[in-house]
Design a protein around this ligand. Structure first.
Ligand code: ACO
Length: 328
């Protein structure tokens, strides 16, 4: 049975920055409150006219170039997003055309855990011998569903995209993935209108129902409980322990969540990747963006063990244990 290896990683962030000082002008908040409660200083915001597929295609194009493959070599494209360009067609089809790919393409929505879910799907397809090369993109334009009059959410979220390419290999790369979902917590983070339950009407749009609603305290408690648990489960599946992990790459949601998770796992802070300060929470893009920053800074070595861990709306959670195999 072939294994799946990550042969490339890339990310793309919009130019425009939304700083804490900018938010001070929109809502009753302060730079000091946002930094101390979240660790965030600024986020990136997509340019007018740029949709999720544009960000996805730019990250994907860099990943293709770094992998040294041709667009025709990609057998499958999975785009993890909860902010699709439109209800249909899928954002993956729109990004596929923008990248000049010809492969099957579909979207996957597991909110901020979407990237981990997509890694599991890509790995399964490769291990089953149904595809050789699969691109996974996590991309979100959260600014399209953020209410910039709600100080409890608008301080957290930003836009961005990250991509990886997985390929069949004799050398094991994706060692194990463990996923979970608990739909009883669906009301902790949701967008009330715009779907089939409550189609967007003038009244619902005026009432702000097409924006995200969140119970931040409960999501926080869920995250610090679920993430250590799923990380340990995925490690056990791969026959490794935390002592083997070179880099913990958590979903970048709140610095205090990352710190609490690291502390509960007993993971030294220098091996925990924290990149939230300049990007905010970019949902399904945050893990590949953080991974790409590790790569570009030259921290990844062949044989390094990575624990990629995420949580998000659904509620969903997941962890992927990966051996880095790229040489540069
Ligand atoms: N500026 C100033 N004060 C604020 C702000 C703000 N931006 N937001 C809330 N407050 C106030 C509250 O009104 C409250 O005031 P009160 O004590 O007078 O009632 C006080 O600050 C404390 O509020 P809490 O909600 O308890 O603050 P907390 O420390 O929990 O931080 C936060 C809130 C940042 C939202 C935190 O709960 C959090 O990060 N939760 C996790 C959210 C998350 O990760 N969501 C994404 C999941 S991934 C996905 O699928 C998209």
């Amino acid at each position: 049975m072939p294994s799946a290896s990550l042969i490339s990683v890339a990310s793309w962030l919009p130019e425009q920055r939304l700083t804490n000082a900018d938010l001070e002008k929109l809502v009753d908040t302060s730079d000091e409150w946002i930094r101390s409660r979240t660790g965030i200083a600024e986020r990136r915001i997509a340019a007018p006219g740029d949709a999720t597929s544009d960000l996805a295609a730019r990250a994907g194009a860099i990943a293709i170039e770094r992998a040294g493959v041709q667009p025709a070599d990609i057998d499958l494209l999975i785009v993890a997003t909860s902010t699709p360009d439109m209800v249909l067609p899928s954002t993956a089809c729109l990004a596929q055309a923008k990248m000049g790919l010809t492969c099957p393409a579909f979207d996957l929505n597991a909110a901020c855990t979407g990237f981990i879910y997509a890694i599991e799907m890509a790995t399964a397809v490769i291990e089953a011998g149904r595809a050789r090369t699969v691109m996974v993109i996590g991309a979100d334009v959260l600014s399209s569903i953020v209410d910039y009059s709600d100080r409890s959410t608008c301080i957290l979220f930003g836009d961005g995209a990250g991509a990886v390419i997985l390929q069949a290999s004799d050398e094991p790369g994706v060692l194990s993935v463990h996923l979970g979902a608990d739909g009883s917590g669906a009301d902790l983070l949701y967008v009330p209108a715009g779907g089939s339950a409550a189609p967007a009407t003038c009244e619902r749009i005026s009432a702000g129902e097409t924006y995200m609603r969140m119970n931040g305290n409960e999501v926080f408690k869920f995250a610090v409980r679920a993430i250590p648990q799923v990380t340990n489960e995925a490690l056990a599946d791969s026959g490794l322990t935390l002592a083997d992990v070179d880099w913990l790459v958590p979903h970048q949601a709140n610095q205090r969540i990352t710190d609490t998770v690291a502390q509960r796992l007993g993971m030294p802070s220098e091996r925990v990747v924290c990149r939230i300060e300049d990007t905010g929470n970019t949902s399904s893009a945050s893990i590949p963006i953080a991974l790409d920053s590790l790569y570009r800074e030259g921290h990844l070595r062949p044989g390094h063990i990575l624990a990629l861990v995420g949580f998000g709306a659904g509620l969903t959670y997941g962890a992927a244990i990966i051996r880095w195999t790229r040489e540069d």
